[in-house]
Design a protein around this ligand. Structure first.
Ligand SMILES: *[C@@H]1O[C@H](CO)[C@@H](O)[C@H](O)[C@H]1NC(C)=O
Ligand SMILES: *[C@@H]1O[C@H](CO)[C@@H](O)[C@H](O)[C@H]1NC(C)=O
Ligand SMILES: *[C@@H]1O[C@H](CO)[C@@H](O)[C@H](O)[C@H]1NC(C)=O
Ligand SMILES: *[C@@H]1O[C@H](CO)[C@@H](O)[C@H](O)[C@H]1NC(C)=O
Ligand SMILES: *[C@@H]1O[C@H](CO)[C@@H](O)[C@H](O)[C@H]1NC(C)=O
Length: 417
């Protein structure tokens, strides 16, 4: 595949990611919500012999208040109905939609007959921690996904079943993760706690290290002043935007070798250990809107670097790239550096170090008008070799270079609005 089409695909994926972020905080496609399109085994289970229209093997029960579409008999839709309590859930229900209601309590009663329930969406309700019957969720031994975003939880809703894989708790008022709240949640891969009231003391007790399969944790828009301790080495996506973190301890990331994306914009970062991000898989690093004065070592795998709105006066390429290894070319393709204090463009030596660089976004700098950089965006055009590779690819055309950049502009637009 040619360089150009690879890039287009990357850009498309990124644009898609960004759109997701507006709905639910989400790092990428693999974490897309399954609620809407997972309608599993029924169709192969008892295929109808009559007219191709499948029939459920027993009469489909449905709560009076809800809707159970014949085409998706394992799902019960009770969303947007001004419900104040959870209706009785029939035994065969696997996906339960209760979002956008006025539910305040989660009682055990309606769950009495539940056996195979896998996913519950309770987003946009008014649930408080002490209004949840103790153990009501823990009993659901097939539950893999639980959405409780936009509720009034003041505490983590424990206990939870060990089958749980994705737990979304954003937009609550959680300030505590008491005791061994997270113990036993060994199958959790994604935990969203953005937009809560968590501070450093809430994360003190080695909570996260028990989550052996955790791939993504979102802690954005909380009140953390230091990096969360004891994150498990399985972690790939870490979101810490908009806290008050002022430093990253030396070697902090050496315990997180699988990290792919780190988002720490809108914190108080000042001095970075030069080698803080020497990670083998890191691809996206967002440190925008901090107080950085200096750049740091760029690992080989990094593709996207955001350091806009900091206090950087010069970009010292020697620090970013102390040596060039032609056998191990650095992957950096995009840098965003607007709203710093740059008065000269990045040294052209950068293009030897980072031969894949395509765009440097200088935007406006926080300096006097007379010292503004002349070109807000640097775009590198293709080398003859790259052009040839592109020509070989059937999907490319002469206008590719321009089109190619479009989605990236959109990305910034959407992401930073
Ligand atoms: C559970 O099933 C029994 C037997 O079908 C039924 O009588 C009862 O109402 C059900 N309870 C709930 C909470 O759905
Ligand atoms: C955890 O996940 C594994 C692998 O998917 C599965 O075999 C196991 O049953 C799950 N544990 C629970 C308690 O569901
Ligand atoms: C940061 O979080 C605070 C609340 O904690 C919120 O009011 C503010 O809008 C957030 N800022 C950004 C840039 O997201
Ligand atoms: C860049 O950093 C290197 C290593 O610390 C230093 O020796 C050099 O003087 C710096 N260059 C500039 C232009 O500041
Ligand atoms: C910017 O302009 C102000 C007032 O004109 C001047 O005092 C200041 O020294 C200038 N700063 C720089 C970095 O040139």
């Amino acid at each position: 595949m040619g360089i150009l089409s690879q890039l287009s695909i990357t850009h498309l994926l990124w644009t898609a990611t960004v759109i997701c972020q507006h709905e639910d905080y989400d790092f990428g496609d693999e974490y897309d919500e399954e609620l809407d399109h997972e309608h599993p085994y029924y169709f192969n289970f008892h295929p109808s012999t009559q007219d191709g229209v499948p029939h459920f093997p027993f009469p489909v029960e449905c709560a009076r208040e809800c809707f159970c579409p014949p085409a998706f008999p394992l799902s019960m839709y009770c969303d947007h109905r001004k419900l104040t309590t959870i209706p009785n859930i029939p035994a065969h229900v696997q996906q339960l939609y209760l979002q956008n209601n006025e539910i305040e309590t989660v009682l055990a009663g309606p769950f009495t007959n539940v056996t195979i329930l896998r996913e519950i969406n309770l987003n946009y309700n008014k649930i408080k921690f002490h209004m949840i019957d103790p153990g009501v969720f823990a009993k659901l031994s097939n539950l893999v996904q639980l959405h409780l975003q936009h509720n009034e939880l003041e505490e983590f809703p424990f206990p939870l079943p060990s089958s749980l894989e994705r737990l979304l708790l954003g937009y609550n008022k959680i300030s505590r993760l008491s005791g061994n709240t997270l113990q036993g949640l060994s199958n959790i891969t994604m935990l969203d706690l953005c937009n809560n009231l968590l501070d450093d003391s809430a994360l003190q007790e080695k909570q996260f290290s028990t989550l052996k399969n955790l791939m993504q944790i979102n802690l954005c828009n909380n009140r953390l002043q230091t990096m969360p301790p004891d994150l498990p080495p399985s972690l790939m996506y870490l979101s810490l935007e908009n806290n008050s973190i002022s430093y990253i301890p030396e070697n902090y990331f050496s315990r997180l070798p699988k990290l792919i994306a780190l988002r720490m914009s809108h914190n108080n970062l000042q001095n970075m250990p030069l080698n803080a991000f020497n990670l083998p898989s890191l691809s996206e690093l967002n440190l925008g809107h901090n107080k950085l004065k200096q750049v740091f070592y760029i690992p080989r795998s990094l593709q996207y670097l955001y350091i806009e709105d900091n206090d950087i006066e010069t970009i010292n390429i020697t620090l970013m790239c102390p040596s060039i290894d032609p056998m191990n070319i650095k992957q950096l393709t995009y840098i965003r550096v607007d709203q710093n204090k740059l008065t000269v463009p990045i040294s052209t030596y950068a293009f030897f170090c980072f031969p894949h660089i395509r765009t440097i976004y200088y935007g406006e700098q926080k300096v006097n008008k007379s010292t503004q950089l002349r070109r807000p965006v640097f775009r590198r055009f293709l080398t003859p070799e790259e052009y040839e590779a592109a020509e070989d690819d059937h999907e490319t055309n002469d206008h590719e270079t321009e089109e190619d950049h479009e989605p990236q502009e959109n990305y910034f637009h959407a992401y930073f609005k």
